[in-house]
Design a protein around this ligand. Structure first.
Ligand code: FMN
Length: 449
């Protein structure tokens, strides 16, 4: 991971300071150890700064900060916490979503490897705010260095009295367990994650009930992303105002962005929300070649054209106005040497492979789209295939499925075939039989030839 660009990043960029809310220790040697983390202020709130605050005060502080979930959906964190019933008579669980399966996203793994104590700090603060006794960190199974780093840090925290029984002499107790997933993209979806955590097949559950009311083991459960929870210690220490000093009014704070694709310095950067994409590309070493488009928030987010990218800023509102989304903060700019058709083929193949199969529109639709795209690329495209792809994706886009996997799989298809249509048409034009109508059943002989 040392070859990863981003850290150390400059203290300021384009005349504006760059935040180090999440990434404070990313470039500090041995920053993952308790001794070094404490030298940089870790756990300095442990005591009256936290324990003198009521649950209500803490939740209100997080609401006032404007923090929104960094896992993809951008749901306001404090509001989610406020949904947890207080007197259900059941335990409340905190589950940290460290599955990080969205293609292009590689920030949470850096967080857990470089600063696991900041995640533990966030869990303790959220735990106190929500009355949690048991917290699970659900980590993608193949992230072995991260699992080791977390387990080491958790042991250090227990030994130092930050975890375990009677924290700070308050009578409050908290345990944290690292749970290894088996590496399925769908297990990042919060209810599939809960099923997997309970030992069942990782398939999403119908909502409602939402996890905040009935989640893990049928008890109230808050599921939050790694980065979301790592912002909480800063909010406790600096207050909502301190957090709001970064970012824009409607999208306050900072965000980690993992950038891959056609920039010179691919890596993870922490920037204030609201930075322009073009400034960000310069921070990441500059664009390679001439920009053709950009996937702004992970493979599910609708693609932007170069013109849209040039006007967009990295915040929830700007991307929503362009009918795209900030998502997980995975930015993939691509230049005119890239082929959007091959890009979409690769994305569509991923979704067809990862569909859990529970809902027919998603299971059948993603596979159908994948096969039509293969046919187009292999020279068997038919006139109207762009429209067909769009129509097929529209079958699993408008929540005809239990979870948001369907829409997330549909958006790249709909946006690529619309915004880069001439590229699809160029493939189709190579087929001398392009005018022969495609059979409309997936199993019809020659349907994809
Ligand atoms: C198919 C799918 C995959 C997801 N993968 C992740 C993931 O890997 N990590 C994550 O934090 N959220 C993921 N999410 C979003 C979670 O369901 C959930 O919204 C999030 O963990 C809530 O945390 P936050 O509010 O802190 O963002 C995924 C959602 C879907 C539909």
């Amino acid at each position: 991971m040392s070859a990863l660009h981003g850290f150390p990043q400059p203290a300021e960029w384009k005349g504006k300071a760059l935040p180090r809310i999440i990434s404070r220790l990313f470039d500090v040697p041995n920053g993952h150890t308790l001794a070094v983390a404490k030298q940089h202020g870790a756990y300095d709130w442990f005591g009256s700064t936290l324990f003198d605050k009521s649950q209500f005060e803490l939740i209100q502080t997080v609401i006032d900060s404007g923090l929104r979930g960094r896992g993809g959906a951008g749901f306001p964190t404090g509001m989610k916490w406020s949904f947890v019933p207080r007197n259900s008579g059941k335990p409340v669980y905190l589950v940290i979503n460290a599955d990080e399966g969205e293609p292009g996203t590689f920030k949470d793994r850096l967080c857990m490897a470089r600063d696991p104590h900041l995640l533990i700090e966030g869990c303790i603060i959220a735990g106190w705010a929500l009355g949690v006794r048991t917290c699970y960190i659900y980590v993608r199974g193949e992230m072995l260095p991260q699992i080791q780093s977390l387990n080491h840090a958790i042991k250090e925290a227990y030994d130092a009295g930050y975890l375990g029984r009677n924290l700070g002499g308050t009578g409050y107790s908290l345990d944290i367990f690292v749970h290894r997933g088996a590496g399925a993209y769908i297990c990042g979806e919060e209810t599939a994650l809960i099923n997997s955590l309970e030992g069942f097949k990782g398939q999403p559950r119908l909502k409602p009930p939402f996890p905040a009311v009935s989640g893990a083991f049928a008890a109230p459960t808050v599921v939050n992303n790694v980065e979301t929870i790592m912002a909480v210690p800063y909010i406790l220490k600096h207050g909502p105002k301190g957090y709001r000093a970064w970012g824009s009014d409607k999208s306050p704070g900072s965000k980690l962005f993992s950038v891959s694709g056609d920039v010179h310095k691919q890596g993870v950067y922490e920037v204030p929300l609201g930075m322009s994409f073009m400034d960000f590309f310069e921070l990441a070493g500059g664009l390679k070649g001439s920009l053709l488009g950009c996937i702004p928030g992970g493979s599910s987010s609708p693609v932007l054209t170069a013109e849209e990218t040039a006007t967009a800023t990295m915040d929830y509102e700007s991307l929503a106005s362009l009918k795209s989304m900030l998502g997980s903060g995975a930015v993939t700019p691509f230049n005119t040497d890239r082929d959007p058709v091959l890009m979409l083929q690769s994305i569509a193949r991923f979704y067809a492979h990862e569909s859990c199969g529970q809902c027919t529109p998603c299971r059948e639709g993603t596979g159908y789209v994948d096969r039509v795209l293969d046919a187009v690329v292999d020279g068997h495209g038919r006139t109207g295939d762009s429209d067909l792809l769009h129509a097929l994706a529209s079958q699993y886009e408008p929540m005809t499925t239990i979870c948001a996997f369907g829409p997330g799989a549909a958006w790249p298809v709909q946006s690529f075939v619309t915004k880069f249509k001439p590229y699809f048409d160029a493939y189709i034009a190579k087929n001398p039989n392009a005018a022969v109508p495609r059979q409309l059943t997936a199993t019809a002989p020659g349907a994809f030839m």
